[in-house]
Design a protein. Structure first.
Length: 159
């Protein structure tokens, strides 16, 4: 499996850096433990002291890009994966819903018609684009969708 081979190679490089410099790091984009790909390296780093340093999650960066709160007052927010269909049941209680790895943008738009949606394409990377959901097309794996309740505070902002 290609992914497993890549993990073994990454672990080999980490071990090599540790033996050469005494300490090292493995940098990731965003939060190191949200949809935590680096955790897949841990079985290959047995005996190595590992510390996770949290970063800025993509949904935090997305909210900042459109100047909309994640949640206010007693409202909360939800983070779900979009690798399969997203069922809106139970998500209406959240002010905002973030769909990581969003595959089907049109289906999300239909599933959440009462929400204002934004597509964040390659967020925090070269070529970053932020588009209203109804104007966006999924470009790759790095697609995040943010859906805000229209009746929530600060919904009239530019975004």
């Amino acid at each position: 499996m290609e992914a497993e081979r890549a993990r073994r190679e990454a672990a080999r490089r980490v071990r090599e850096a540790l033996s050469r410099y005494g300490e090292g790091g493995y940098l990731v984009l965003g939060d190191s433990l949200l949809y935590a790909s680096p955790v897949n390296l841990l079985p290959h780093l047995e005996g190595v002291e590992v510390e996770a340093v949290p970063g800025i999650s993509a949904h935090q960066l997305a909210a900042a890009r459109v100047l909309k709160p994640l949640a206010m007052g007693e409202e909360g927010f939800a983070v779900v994966t979009g690798l399969g269909p997203v069922d809106p049941e139970g998500l209406d209680r959240f002010q905002s819903v973030f769909v990581y790895k969003a595959k089907d943008l049109k289906a999300l738009e239909k599933a959440f018609p009462e929400r204002k949606g934004w597509a964040f394409l390659r967020l925090g990377m070269p070529g970053e684009r932020v588009l209203p959901l109804d104007q966006a097309k999924r470009e790759d794996y790095w697609t995040l969708v943010g859906l805000w309740r229209v009746d929530s505070p600060m919904q009239e902002g530019e975004g």
